[in-house]
Design a protein around this ligand. Sequence first.
Ligand code: LLP
Length: 397
Amino acid sequence: MDYFHYQNDRLFAEEVDVLDAARKIKTPFYLYSKRTILHHFHQIQEAFQEVRPLICFSVKSNSNHTLLNILNRNGSGFDLVSGWELKRVLRAGGDPRKTVFAGVGKTREEMLWALKAGIFMFNCESVNEILLLDRLARDLDRYADIAIRINPDIVPKTHRHIITGKKDTKFGISVYEVKKVLKIVRDCTRIRLKGLHFHIGSQITETAPYIQTIHRMLKLIDELRKARFPVEYLNIGGGLGIIYNKEKPATPAEFSAKVIPLIRGRDLKLIMEPGRYIVGNSGILVTRVTYIKKSLNKIFVVVDAGMNSLIRPALYEAYHDIWPLVRRKKTFTVDVVGPICETGDLFAKDRVIGRVEENEYLAFKSAGAYGMVMASTYNSRPLPGEVLADGRRFKLI
Ligand code: LLP
């Protein structure tokens, strides 16, 4: 669901004519729809309202200042994977008491920032990290609240690069070893174990792997409570899938209908870390056609966005719909490529798209998550701009 649509064959973002923006702003640029972002955020809130979870928007999916600020004003917390993400959240007005911090490589410096800022919880991924955090907290005369990130050994169906809960990945503390770790946690005087965390992967369209994992977590929580660890929180990570092409992901309502009964009456508070679900369908990448190049029996549409602007197709063979800003009846079958000197700088192969001419524009759909945050200056190209559509107005953000 999104607020990008054609009106008289012109692509609109909410009530903004995207062509109007493209004529004023240097391409390529990301264009986000505020209404779409809030729609998705509220959809999750409503689906889970019975248990009032702490929803921590996953900053890694899109860390634009204005977007963080909008989400903050609408009550979102934040999920971080670096100290620099923390800085961005704080600068955007985010409440440190609503932030959680995961990652296998948190440095001493980053942990100090987070301790001083007073974040809500560290999602700890190794014994040595817990020991270092304990020492740093003692030096600052503070306590660190933590959740242990469990690697549950569950494999959802998604791209192999974004599976994180399989036992041979680097993430979390193995569900098979957690008991050993508890002895160490018990000896840490400045660590308070408050919860368990998991994140099994991204772009997951089914509920089954979550349910399976939650069952494992609940069993562990029962054991922890028996051992007198006051576990109050279960953080179920992010990962909710969206529609790029023909996927049929579970909706937040379908998801919550499966999850809530499992935790009802257990005196457990839920934390969630959605990223893609909130921003994925909320953004497009607008690009200009530099050349239509005919070669042997192929047509290449060469655009001014490259794998440096949106790396998902090159990295994961990800599919992004391609919509012309001005829709015509005619189509053609083309390869859409960028200007970067790599064969992998390819957005679509043998794709049927609406006909465009040189100097006209195309939009890559569903580019709001893991788009701008993964952009680079490869080939010394500048980063794309970012624009927000809000009703009839748009502005550079
Ligand atoms: N929590 C943790 C601990 C994570 O590692 C992630 C994403 C999330 C939450 C948010 O997951 P989401 O709701 O967005 O699925 N660059 C890849 C995706 C990498 C995901 C990394 N972790 C892509 O473009 O598909």
